[in-house]
Design a protein around this ligand. Structure first.
Ligand code: SF4
Ligand code: SF4
Length: 193
């Protein structure tokens, strides 16, 4: 049996991680966390998470890049902002979660077969290309790119009913001026770097 090392040595920590996330989340207060646990005890999703929000903030503060970016927690956060409004250190925890999701997508370290990051990525791609999301194509991409064709087969009867009643369309939605949208997205991306 392979013995797994659970501790990390100082030299293995990512020294730049805190500053990167501070910049992306526009939250300079992360290192003021007092580990009180108010965020974790307020979080409605905490029971499903692999690490509670308190621990994610500790990871960011102390340079545990891999642990934070590969966690399921960041994808399970429902952006309810409860932790953020209750944090005594005024840490923008929800915004930190968003920054971690963006970073995980940038560094391609999100759990590849977990539907939420795949959905976020595919929806972004579709909107960046066409200015709109088309439900049918988004769902197809989601199931195929998260390697879940059986899930797709299971949903097929519902999809057919939605198509028949006109609640879903085969058409790919597209806005007129996609070039203008792409210019805006490029400017936002440059501003965020
Ligand atoms: S509520 Fe704020 S200060 Fe308390 S553990 Fe969470 S992030 Fe840290
Ligand atoms: S914003 Fe996310 S982390 Fe914070 S309480 Fe809500 S679900 Fe939990």
């Amino acid at each position: 049996m392979e013995i797994q090392r659970k501790i990390k040595f100082e030299e293995e920590l990512s020294r730049d991680f805190l500053d990167e996330i501070k910049e992306m989340s526009h939250c300079d207060e992360i290192d003021r966390c007092i580990q009180c646990g108010t965020c974790s005890s307020s979080c409605p999703m905490a029971i499903y998470m692999d690490y509670p929000p308190r621990k994610i903030i500790a990871f960011v503060k102390n340079g545990f890049r891999e642990e934070a970016l590969k966690s399921f927690t960041i994808w399970l956060c429902s952006s309810c902002y409860t932790c953020q409004v209750r944090c005594p250190a005024k840490i923008k925890i929800t915004d930190v979660m968003y920054a971690l999701k963006r970073k995980a997508i940038q560094e391609k370290v999100y759990p590849g077969q977990f539907a939420i990051p795949v959905l976020a990525r595919e929806m972004y791609r579709m909107i960046a290309k066409n200015g709109r999301s088309s439900e049918l194509w988004l769902i197809l991409n989601l199931y195929l790119k998260s390697w879940n064709p059986f899930g797709l087969l299971k949903m097929a009867p519902t999809g057919i009913r939605l198509l028949k009643t006109g609640r879903m369309s085969l058409k790919r939605e597209r806005i007129k001026n996609t070039k203008q949208l792409q210019k805006i997205l490029k400017a936002v991306k440059e501003d965020g770097q």
